[in-house]
Design a protein. Structure first.
Length: 318
């Protein structure tokens, strides 16, 4: 089997990975294949049967230096993608991997991968509120506009639930329990979870669906115009950006020129929930994270929360 064929098999069709993630992984594998085919150290290599773990280790080293000097974050992503390719090659019997080889490769990734510093670009809390208010105001001024009604509902839903943009693209009306102000969303890895929303979001959804002419529970919650065509993550990003720009020229000049994304709504939601409750496990479930470490990255605990937790823990001693 040729290397390019193995790379194509590594991410099967129909996977629920985000399109951007799939594109990044394919880019990493393309870079790996090119590195092997160029074969500066061993001559051109295109046959999977000739692969050894040393090729993977040398590729990891090449990312850390040489012509391109990839950043620590890029090296981490590329090594993750190529490690997945190695796993597929081992499972299919193309590459033999002993425990010692596996350990050598993991140590190489750790050595050459670099340390990624997670720096969140958290928006000011009021920026999110102002942007949502602008979307609602815009929809109110043109009450017959389906798109504006949809965008107002989208922004309210993002703020209230902390959902990822991609999770809104597959949400069906039947997934929402309107009486219980909750919804079941499907996130990364096909994992479902329950999220909750407020009365304002409820009323925005009802208003939008009435204007769109929704008739069945199996219909998607958010679509393009009055058609059944699903929205994309680009639709969600555009809704946020247009509302931010509108807010900037209608009384909130602080938002002019600012960069605001759906994922920053998620950051804001996570931080606010953690500051108000101090309950890391609950916020982890709300966000759909597999590890609490991920939640700690998304939701930075403020000094005020830490002081509150400390006071509660030492209350009996005082």
């Amino acid at each position: 089997m040729r290397l390019t064929e193995l790379a194509d098999l590594t991410i099967p069709q129909g996977t629920r990975l985000a399109p951007a993630t799939v594109a990044t992984y394919r880019q990493a594998m393309g870079r790996f294949v090119k590195y092997l085919v160029d074969g500066e150290e061993w001559g051109p290599l295109e046959d999977v049967a000739k692969l050894t773990v040393n090729h993977f280790i040398r590729f990891a080293a090449s990312l850390a230096g040489g012509e391109y000097e990839y950043s620590a974050r890029s090296r981490t992503v590329y090594n993750s993608a190529v490690k997945h390719l190695l796993n597929v090659a081992v499972l299919r019997g193309y590459v033999a991997l002993t425990p010692a080889d596996d350990l050598r490769y993991k140590m190489a990734i750790k050595e050459y991968g670099g340390k990624v510093k997670h720096v969140l670009k958290l928006p000011k809390r009021e920026w999110v509120d102002w942007t949502v208010d602008a979307a609602i105001d815009s929809a109110a001024k043109r009450p017959g506009d389906v798109r504006l009604a949809r965008d107002a509902a989208i922004l309210c839903f993002l703020r209230a639930t902390g959902c990822r943009a991609a999770e809104l693209t597959t949400l069906a009306i039947g997934d929402l329990e309107m009486g219980g102000y909750s919804a079941t969303v499907v996130g990364k890895g096909d994992k479902s979870r329950v999220v909750f929303f407020d009365p304002d979001t409820h009323s925005r959804l009802v208003r939008y669906w009435a204007l769109r002419g929704v008739a069945h529970a199996f219909e998607l919650a958010f679509t393009v115009g009055r058609s059944p065509k699903p929205i994309t993550t680009a639709t969600v990003r555009r809704a946020v950006e247009q509302a931010r720009a509108y807010a900037g020229v209608t009384g909130r000049p602080e938002l002019l020129g600012k960069h605001l994304t759906p994922h920053q709504f998620r950051h804001s939601f996570a931080t606010e929930m953690l500051e108000r409750t101090g309950n890391l496990a609950a916020v982890q479930d709300m966000l759909g994270h597999s590890s609490p470490a991920t939640t700690r990255v998304y939701a930075q605990i403020s000094k005020g929360v830490l002081k509150s937790v400390y006071d509660q823990g030492t209350e009996k001693r005082i």
